[in-house]
Design a protein around this ligand. Structure first.
Ligand code: GDP
Ligand code: IMO
Ligand code: MG
Length: 421
């Protein structure tokens, strides 16, 4: 059962933990979009790992891990990630491959990312500052630098020279000092030498593995509401975390996928700006942030917290064809007297159950809630029958409203704190 793990909200749903839980049943784990904006946490008895580029399955020594063509890779951060894992005894040879079509994040992508945010002022997106948007812009403008050039020094130099000419013109209008081509080429040549052994034509490789009958786990980054088409545009990322992204970003045809697992937090969080109808700005939000340790895995920023929004969840099921849900962080709700789930919105006297394209309008939607009883403790529970009845009621209410089964329930950050139903 080749399986896709997808975020159903605004990212940070606990995808890393679910990938880690499912990885033992798979041979290959592939990331297909995004880049170092992602931060996927896995906690084992060896400690805490936060993955930015590398699939969360790398901790299992027999798994093949792939960086798909749909990703954008920051070589400096990738090499740091690899070094940290090597120090912990993780081996990359013959089991870690980077697509030669992957786009490379350059230093000017990062400065443009930050520069644009500054220009936007209070309308800024609140990006991770990792150069993701500008790198995808260059990809679609067809001037990007692909990993294939890490194996072709002359063309790498030519590409850097061409792009730097254009960038320096923009820098001049911003009053920034020009980039020195030689400095940039020198540092990228040294990254290229280290990364080149892992670069492959993964399109053929993945299809070969599929034909050999190896099991594939697709690891989505970000979440449905951050999708550049389906999310709260322009307050989104620049890639497709949704189901279609998995095919575009891996080179595998759609029939290779058998199962879609949507990962959903038992409440909602979001980092950065943009609409969030069920946000709890006051003390209630602080309680969720503290209980859930809701601080960004990549940037350390405090995450905005709020109630579970089932309009969003329904939308994520619709777009992605979610077959089953992994509900995470249920334990964070332990001890709350009652819980509210959003089942629709009110806007100018009307009841709305769809996500609008006009994002500014979405800001004015007021959630309509159903209130459910709270429970005492779920932390660490590993059997469904051991859950308090109010927690079961919460889970069953979600299932009924979405028409999708919750097959996994995470009750704590550790590997073993999970219920398989
Ligand atoms: P991802 O980006 O979707 O992989 O999620 P992140 O790793 O950015 O954020 C999820 C955070 O919640 C991490 O710190 C996890 O260790 C933690 N976490 C995951 N599942 C649970 C859970 O069931 N309960 C609690 N309390 N923490 C969890
Ligand atoms: P994982 O994979 C949560 C958010 C940023 C910002 C917007 C655009 O860990 O779930 P970008 O740097 O991509 O241009 O930022 O998207 N964002 C994430 N939020 N989890 C993520 O990844 C995110 N990746 C990007 O905060 O609002
Ligand atoms: Mg994260």
């Amino acid at each position: 059962m080749n399986t896709l793990i997808i975020g159903m909200q605004w990212g940070d749903e606990g995808k890393g933990k679910i990938v880690d839980a499912l990885a033992p049943s798979f041979d290959i784990i592939i990331r297909y979009q995004g880049g170092a904006n992602a931060g996927h946490t896995v906690i084992t008895d060896k400690g805490k790992f936060i993955f930015h580029h590398i699939p969360s399955g790398i901790l299992y020594p027999d798994k093949i891990c792939i960086i798909g063509n749909g990703m954008v890779v920051d070589p400096e951060i990738l090499l740091q990630e690899m070094d940290t894992l090597r120090e912990m005894g993780i081996e990359f040879k013959k089991r870690f491959f980077i697509s030669d079509r992957t786009h490379i994040v350059m230093p000017y992508h990062k400065s443009m990312d930050k520069g644009r945010e500054n220009l936007l002022g209070n309308r800024k997106i609140g990006t991770t500052g990792r150069g993701i948007g500008p790198c995808y812009v260059d990809k679609y403008a067809r001037i990007g630098i692909r990993a294939a050039y890490f194996k072709d020094e002359n063309r790498l130099r030519e590409k850097i020279e061409d792009n730097v000419k254009g960038v320096n013109r923009i820098y001049k209008t911003y009053g920034l000092p020009p980039i020195d081509v030689e400095d940039m080429f020198d540092s990228y040549r040294s990254y290229a030498l280290k990364i080149a052994p892992y670069i492959h034509n993964t399109t053929y490789l993945m299809n070969f593995y599929y034909q050999q009958g190896l099991n594939i786990l697709f690891e989505g980054a970000q979440g449905t509401m951050l999708d550049v088409d389906f999310g709260t545009y322009p307050y989104t990322t620049s890639s497709h975390p949704t189901v279609g992204g998995a095919f575009i970003g891996s080179g595998l045809p759609h029939k290779t996928l058998h199962r879609v697992v949507g990962v959903m937090k038992a409440y909602t969080t979001r980092v950065g700006n943009g609409p969030f109808p069920t946000e709890l700005a006051g003390e209630e939000g602080n309680i969720l942030r503290e209980n859930g340790k809701e601080f960004g895995s990549t940037t350390g920023r405090a995450r905005r917290c709020g109630n579970l929004d089932l309009v969003i969840a329904k939308y994520a099921c619709l777009i992605n064809g979610v077959d089953e849900i992994a509900l995470t962080k249920l334990d964070v709700l332990d001890g709350l007297p009652q819980l509210k789930v959003c089942i629709g919105y009110e806007y100018k006297g009307e009841i709305i159950t769809e996500i609008p394209a006009n994002t500014e309008m979405y800001d004015e939607y007021k959630p309509i809630y159903k209130t459910l009883p709270g429970w005492d403790k779920t932390r660490g529970i590993t059997k469904y029958e051991d859950l308090p009845s109010a927690a079961k009621r919460y889970i069953e209410e979600i299932e009924e409203r979405l028409g999708v089964r919750i097959s996994m329930i995470s009750t704590g950050p550790k590997r073993e704190e999970i219920i398989f139903r």
